[in-house]
Write a protein that binds this ligand. Sequence first.
Ligand code: G3I
Length: 302
Amino acid sequence: ASTLGAAAAQSGRYYGAAIAQGHLGESAYVNTWNTEFTSVTPENEMKWDTVEPSRNQFNFGPADQIVSRARSRGMSVRGHTFVWYQQIPGWVSGLNGNDLRAAISNHINQVAGHWKGQIHSWDVVNEAFEENGTRRQWFVQQRLGDGYIEEAFRTARAADPNAKLCYNDYNTDGVNAKSTGIYNMVRDFKSRGVPIDCVGFQSHLGSGANLSSYQANLQRFADLGVDVQITELDVGGSGSGQAATYRAVTQACLAVTRCTGITVWGVTDKYSWRSSATPLLFDGNYNKKQAYTAVLDALNGG
Ligand code: G3I
């Protein structure tokens, strides 16, 4: 197959990109998205500060632009994200106890409800663990305790029963303290019937990344009975080193039956959040990079 999406589809997987509403007026950007990708994650447009800037006042317009374009082309959509310690509007951080709990519940109900039936997977909770494998000590954790994560998953399941519900995090690119903390949570959720369907591995990497246990880590989560997804892939560096890292991640996903898709965190280097890096598959002029060729070749079984 000659595109990322078609090549991934040969094994039943999707190949996605993070897309920003602000670039939809640029034809090369939209054309590359349409040609190469079969899934999309709105890069910022579904985050709490954008969709609910004031309490119970919702702004779905920017994300709707992305979702409607995706759906008209048969792409799947990853929802990102309900509960995260960043991009939280100021009004939330003043809440406590049951009022905070109610605000989170209403946020999930309204946002999940707006796109009910249209989202392949939701990142229900994002980046809730520290590097040492303990819970991130942010204000929701401190005020509501460990239970906020499972409450979020239960609320999301009721609000959109057909969406896969994911926990998503970074620096989980192997068997390490952080991924083990998350692993233990997922195992606990599965044993107690808390609804969780998938784990997202962001995979913001450098060319020298040690990926020696990357595949084994994906597999141990899959063995718990959840899907795994590469959700925000980008790789620092350039040339053959970058390409080799992209190839290794692609091959690891292909080797794990329950690794259902890969998303790169942007289309072109010129709009990457890693502003001083060139971490994506297309350069600033939308030319295919060596990394692109490596990924396509790997998806085609090479
Ligand atoms: O749109 C506003 C603009 O109106 C304003 O003038 C400008 C001034 O700061 O800010 C613009 O918003 C920025 C937004 O990106 C859109 O460009 C924010 O400042 C900036 O903080 C925001 O950065 C995003 C970042 O998440 C926020 O933490 C990045 O685009 C986005 O790629 C990044 O994505 C995260 C994932 O959600 C979670 N995992 C890590 C990943 C990388 O940090």
